[in-house]
Design a protein around this ligand. Structure first.
Ligand code: GDG
Length: 475
């Protein structure tokens, strides 16, 4: 089934393809995986920044949508992407974990680039398309598209938290931002809390709207549907990966490397929202509180390089690397392995799955995170590997400030990552659960994820955007 013949136009900051040498292929991100089966069934289009690469082909094997690249100059990327998106909106939407910068030039470029995306989408000149806009880089494009095509069907999904009005009102352009978003017919958020924050912000700034249930009624007669649709993962892909031959081989190597030691694992983009510094402080506290653990335990942190053109991210890397050196220097005796293994890089997916299988404790402890897919991947891989020899279930240690917390509150070990002492205590506690308890918890969480996988998310989003409960069925 397929949007009853209507074209689907995804509008996102990046195109879903990347170049390796001369070969183009689909990128590895979650959104790309989620939409691959859908664009195969419909007349699919994708409008996105070309990443500075010229000559993007219209079609790339393995992703059945037409590519519509948007070019930006280096100065525009600095202002739109590194500036307004990542130094204004990102910290403002993540509870001010860094100080947002309010720069008029950045805002003007943000509007200009949003208009460029909206114009490119409108210029496609398709017959009754469904537009699906994504994320904080393009929050005002919906209204611009609506100006061009008043009757268009437009959806918007925000992948990061939406802040409470008390914080959002610091933004000098709050009115334009909310009006921009209200150009959509439907706006999706990961959680009910973010949805409510949005509705409360609109009610505060716009006296001329009324709200009934999840609808916002505008004076021009349009209504905007708001919805909480938690994103998820491709469960069958991660289940397959869990027991793939390469994963097994990698796991055997890792088990040898960490023989006899409990492993706590962190997997994150190197971002100040992910709580890596607090996690390291908790590890240090744990080693102070429990000297017996010193040679019994390893903490592995995979830190994927991210936004290293932004000063806050360079500072974060320095601080994290200083802390790793400090803790390893303090707690390694001669002849002993270091307690912290720090990898500043991404690893291939089979290696990632092997680490998920290896972990006794998966530490997902962001200070704020829209959803967090790592938590969902971990429980899925652990569950899929449950019948393999030597595979005992691990424990998910989960921050209460993630979107995932709402789904896993009963079975994860919940923590407040700001409270380093209690985080250390939770880590120690996580190492003590008996095997059956761990297995039951992982099973329960993995079943929840399997019930609501990423394809369900696509179906729910497109059903809401099109007001058609059977808009697409992804098999
Ligand atoms: C944003 C929001 C929201 C990580 N390390 C490696 C690797 N990864 C992959 C994971 C996972 C993805 O990156 C990270 O996704 P998250 O959801 O955890 O975090 P963000 O990047 O911040 O994503 C977030 C998400 O959007 C979706 O809406 O959940 O809240 O911030 O899929 O597997 N992949 C590989 N090697 C690595 O070393 N191959």
């Amino acid at each position: 089934m397929s949007l009853t013949g209507r074209p689907l136009v995804v509008v996102a900051n990046r195109l879903p393809v990347s170049r390796n040498g001369d070969a183009w292929r689909p990128s590895a991100g979650g959104l790309v995986t989620a939409l691959r089966p859908v664009v195969q069934q419909v007349d699919g289009h994708w409008v996105g920044w070309d990443g500075g690469l010229s000559e993007v082909p219209t079609r790339v094997e393995g992703f059945e949508a037409d590519m519509h690249p948007i070019a930006m100059t280096d100065a525009e990327v600095d202002d739109h992407y590194y500036g307004f998106s990542n130094r204004t909106l990102w910290p403002l939407f993540h509870d001010l974990l860094a100080e947002p910068v309010y720069d008029r030039q950045w805002w003007r470029t943000y509007e200009k680039i949003n208009l460029r995306f909206a114009d490119a989408a409108a210029d496609l000149d398709l017959d009754d398309p469904v537009f699906w806009l994504h994320d904080y880089h393009l929050l005002v494009a919906a209204a611009m598209l609506r100006d061009r095509l008043p009757d268009a069907t437009i959806g918007l999904f925000l992948h990061i938290p939406f802040p409470p009005p008390e914080l959002l009102s610091r933004l000098p352009w709050i009115d334009q931002l909310l009006d921009g978003m209200l150009g959509a017919d439907a706006i999706g958020f990961h959680t009910e809390w973010y949805r409510e924050n949005f509705v409360r912000s609109v009610q505060r700034t716009r006296r001329d709207v009324t709200v009934s249930g999840d609808l916002i009624h505008l004076p021009d007669g349009r209504s905007v549907h708001t919805a909480a649709h938690p994103i998820s993962i491709d469960v069958s892909e991660f289940s397959r990966l869990a027991t793939a031959d390469d994963t097994r081989r990698e796991l055997a190597e890792l088990r040898q490397q960490f023989d006899g030691r409990k492993v706590v694992l962190g997997v994150d983009r190197l971002d100040y929202t992910k709580g890596i510094r607090h996690r390291l402080q908790a590890i240090e506290q744990l080693l102070v509180d429990r000297p017996d653990l010193q040679d019994q335990f390893a903490f592995v942190q995979i830190a994927v390089p991210s936004r290293d053109d932004v000063q806050e991210y360079r500072d974060l890397r320095e601080q994290v690397e200083y802390m790793v050196g400090h803790i390893n220097g303090r707690f390694t005796d001669p002849g002993q392995d270091v307690p912290i293994h720090y990898l500043y890089r991404g690893v291939p997916k089979t290696r990632l799955a092997a680490y998920y299988r290896l972990a006794d404790v998966m530490a997902v402890t962001p200070l704020k995170d829209g959803m967090n897919l790592v938590a969902k991947e971990f429980v899925t891989v652990q569950h899929a590997a449950r019948d393999e020899e030597g595979q005992e279930a691990g424990v998910l240690l989960l921050s209460e400030f993630t979107g995932a917390a709402l789904e896993f509150v009963d079975d994860a070990i919940m923590c407040n990552p700001f409270d380093v002492q209690s985080l250390a205590a939770r880590m120690a506690q996580s190492l003590t659960f008996d095997a059956e308890d761990r297995r039951n918890r992982i099973t329960s969480m993995a079943e929840d994820v399997a019930d609501k996988d990423v394809f369900k998310w696509v179906e729910e989003e497109l059903a809401t955007i099109t007001s058609d409960p059977r808009a697409v069925r992804v098999s």
